[in-house]
Design a binder for this molecule. Structure first.
Ligand code: SF4
Length: 268
């Protein structure tokens, strides 16, 4: 399922971008595209704006001038303040980040200027590399997206992302270093990651790892996402396809029933 990644170095005009995401004033995406290639990803809408014709998950543009542009933005007349979320339409810890260090350079600048409260959302254990910088940031928080602890399901659904156990290990290391960590269980994938076994294993693992803050979200049924997912279901999880169809027909009924089950786990 892993595909060849086309990489390009590009120059961006802006790093700190205003966002409509609830609770945040800004977002930062150091890359365009994402080699984690999750089949349920709805950030693929980015292709419409970036002009990419390639399949989502098969390209990564590396914004090599990010540090210079961010410095200019922070030194500008309009001083930004509030919360910034890093990684809204990409994962800021792409495999290329190990070589390029774009996200790290952004964090170093944010730590020097201390104007913004920094939050990161990632699926990568590479974030551990930056613990020393994260500790310099005021109120910094790191979120790990984890949909399942089942390595086979994760490999199929998120073929380019590090396995969930590596994310848990990274989360534990961050917690030990004093950095607050939360987990985003999203999306809950009908008939696949919503089973009793899948959810109880996941919640048990999070509990054992000392993760107390959890957010969940449902599948966003954008047409492109549904098309991609149906192919994956047909190939790997044909018995679960009726559950996806049921969700697509009556999302509210599904959401209410899952909500009750999630509350039970959260209560525990
Ligand atoms: S890690 Fe996030 S941005 Fe990247 S493909 Fe997966 S869902 Fe999309």
């Amino acid at each position: 399922m892993l595909q060849k990644i086309v990489r390009r170095e590009i120059f961006c005009k802006s790093v700190l971008v205003k966002t409509g995401i609830k609770g945040f004033e800004y977002c930062i995406n150091p890359y365009t595209g994402c080699s984690h290639a999750c089949h349920y990803c709805y950030a693929s809408f980015m292709c419409r704006f970036s002009g990419h014709q390639e399949r989502w998950g098969s390209f990564v543009d590396i914004k090599v001038n990010s540090a210079d542009i961010l410095l200019k933005q922070l030194k500008g007349r309009k001083k930004p303040n509030g919360k910034v979320l890093i990684g809204t339409v990409t994962d800021a810890y792409q495999p290329d980040e190990a070589e390029y260090g774009i996200t790290r350079s952004i964090l170093e600048i944010l730590a020097d200027y201390r104007m913004l409260e920094v939050h990161i959302l990632t699926k990568s254990n590479l974030v551990r590399r930056d613990i020393s910088v994260l500790k310099r940031l005021d109120n910094c928080k790191v979120g790990f997206t984890i949909t399942t602890m089942n390595p086979r399901i994760a490999r199929i659904m998120e073929p380019g992302a590090p396995p969930p156990q590596m994310r848990i290990s990274a989360a534990e290391e961050l917690i030990k270093s004093g950095i607050p960590v939360w987990v985003f269980i999203a999306p809950i994938i009908p008939g696949i990651t919503d089973t009793e076994e899948s959810l109880s294993t996941l919640f048990h693992t999070l509990h054992e790892a000392g993760i107390c803050e959890i957010m969940t979200d449902y599948l966003n049924p954008y047409p492109a996402v549904v098309r991609r997912l149906k192919n994956v279901y047909r190939r790997f999880f044909p018995n679960s396809l009726p559950m996806l169809d049921e969700y697509l027909i009556q999302p509210e009924i599904y959401r209410n029933s899952i909500k009750n089950r999630l509350e039970k786990y959260l209560g525990k």
